[in-house]
Design a protein around this ligand. Structure first.
Ligand code: NAD
Length: 494
């Protein structure tokens, strides 16, 4: 019988109140990996109540002590890296090397935030009045609902949960329905690291049942959400109507690599292939547009097409596999439909474009795909496809390339290949994305810098780095007047 994973509420692993369960599947084979609780609003109520109770004491636990628990969690994550990565490949489908990267990102952010237990710097500033002290400190927000997608099942929840915890918030975590087992493993590690009951709670279930209940719950103070733009807009609207909760949104991308004629094309090809087809194109930072200076467009097209054609599809645990499956059939149908859109719009299909057969595997595999002669106004050049589809857009120079790059609703990551330092710095200044790479692909962010995007990629908050501390805390400004008399700011000073 498949192993069962319950919700984790107030320090106990429990089934859904309804007793319902749902399976978690290996996307490459369709094999049932386990079963998890299928929760409803009644389970959310319990989890939120537990988080509210725990908040009373957790916020008063000294931050260095909170950090020490995270440090132990980081050690456990590091010790279990292989076990987590193997399950991550099985449950999400990405190849093992990338699965290890996903776990490593969780390890990195957990160590980083453990250190914030002894930092969380505030401000002390001079007062404009004599005998008066002025400073600002961080305060936790309260109960944070963490709602995450399936494409980085260990890294993304860790980016959210670790800063939330070290700042003194408590958490109710709703992972994506496609990757629940990884969520249970992460929460299990936090439990083992010594997190008190109720500080982190885990509730499995769909967006409409569990996610929606969190958005509306009066006991939830903040929603930290990563997912699609459509879901993110809905989250923001509902959370605004239900208590004007703080909402942090990390949404889609339509990221571009720009290649100028003077670029090192060998280097560029490696970066483009890695960014476009790594994780089967299912990264928010995946490269799905290649904006290329006309002089090298034909050569680049040939080289990219040859490499795309030769990529080996298969189960992510097999060492020879370079590209795993899409997460499920719905994703496959979506990618297929975009290929149709591209064809109808008049783009030239160079390679791929079809569902792929992988002997012995029942999963949703899709051929790495390249479209050429794509114009910026086409839908395949503007909308997020979230699959292994790359669109080549020829341009006449850097200025036009930047305009095309910035001309979409998303603004997460961009990259420029050139040997010209002048043009590189112009691009750094003018590319309107939250992440800019020079002579590297669009993927591979490091956790010590802010992560997030311009325009509809988000709503201005950032994950990771010390920027995440702002996302998960309130600022409290404190004035202490030790003059012993009434002193009026702005009035008695002039
Ligand atoms: P999704 O929006 O379908 O789901 C994300 C999460 O939201 C899931 O847990 C889902 O159950 C939940 N959800 C759905 N409807 C909800 C509702 N009404 N109320 C509350 N919760 C709800 O996205 P997905 O398909 O899981 O993930 C892919 C998307 O995520 C892509 O657009 C990708 O670009 C984006 N993404 C962004 C980042 C980033 O940091 N910017 C990182 C990874 C993925």
């Amino acid at each position: 019988m498949a192993e069962f994973y319950g919700n984790y509420i107030d320090g106990r692993w429990v089934p859904a109140k309804s007793g319902r369960r749902s399976p978690s599947l290996d996307p490459a084979t369709g094999e049932v990996l386990g079963e998890v609780a299928r929760s409803g609003p009644e389970d959310v109520d319990e989890a939120v109540e537990a988080a509210r109770r725990a908040f009373r004491t957790w916020r008063l636990t000294p931050a260095p002590k909170r950090g020490e628990i995270l440090y132990r969690a980081a050690e456990l994550l590091r010790d279990r890296k292989e076990e987590l990565a193997a399950m991550l490949t099985r449950e999400m489908g990405k190849v093992l090397a990338e699965a290890r990267g996903d776990v490593q990102e969780a390890i990195d952010i957990t160590y980083f935030m453990a250190g914030e237990g002894r930092r969380q710097f505030g401000h002390t500033v001079p007062s404009e009045l004599p005998d008066k002290w002025a400073m600002a400190v961080r305060d936790p927000i309260g109960v944070v609902a963490v709602i995450t997608p399936w494409n980085f099942p260990t890294a993304i929840p860790s980016w959210k949960i670790m800063p939330a915890l070290v700042l003194g918030n408590t958490v109710v975590f709703k992972p994506a329905s496609d990757t629940p087992i990884l969520a249970a493993m992460l929460v299990g590690i936090l439990e083992e690291a010594g997190l008190p009951p109720g500080v982190v709670n885990l509730v499995f279930g769909g967006g409409e049942e569990v996610g929606e209940a969190l958005l509306r719950h009066p006991g939830v103070d903040m929603i930290s959400f990563t997912g699609s733009v459509e879901s993110g807009q809905h989250v923001a609207e509902v959370a605004a109507r239900h208590g004007l909760k703080r909402v942090s949104l990390e949404l889609g991308g339509k990221n571009a690599v720009i290649v100028l004629a003077d670029a090192d094309l060998d280097l560029a090809v490696d970066g483009i292939i890695w960014s476009a087809y790594g994780t089967t194109g299912q990264r928010c930072t995946a490269c799905s547009r290649l904006i290329v200076e006309r002089a090298v467009a034909e050569e680049l097209e040939e080289r990219i097409a040859a490499r795309a054609r030769s990529l080996r599809l298969g189960h992510g645990l097999r060492p020879e596999t370079e590209v795993g499956p899409l997460i499920n059939r719905t994703a496959l149908e979506r990618v297929k439909s975009y290929v149709e859109v591209g064809r109808r719009e008049g783009a030239r299909l160079v390679v791929g474009g079809e569902e792929a057969e992988v002997p012995g595997l029942a999963g949703a595999f899709f051929q790495p795909t390249v479209f050429a002669d794509v114009r910026p106004e086409m839908r395949i050049a503007r909308e997020e496809i979230f699959g292994p589809v790359l669109s080549l857009i020829p341009v006449d120079g850097l200025e036009e390339a930047i305009e095309v790059n910035n001309g979409v609703q998303y603004g997460l990551s961009s990259s420029l290949y050139t040997r010209d330092v002048h043009r590189a710095f112009r691009a750094i200044r003018d590319l309107a994305t939250g992440i800019v790479y020079i002579n590297a692909g669009t993927i591979g962010a490091e956790i010590q810098l802010p992560f997030g995007g311009y325009r509809m990629t988000g709503n201005g908050h950032r994950e990771a780095g010390i920027a995440a501390l702002d996302t998960y805390s309130e600022w409290k400004s404190i004035y202490v007047d030790f003059s012993g008399r009434l002193q009026r700011a702005q009035i008695d000073t002039h």
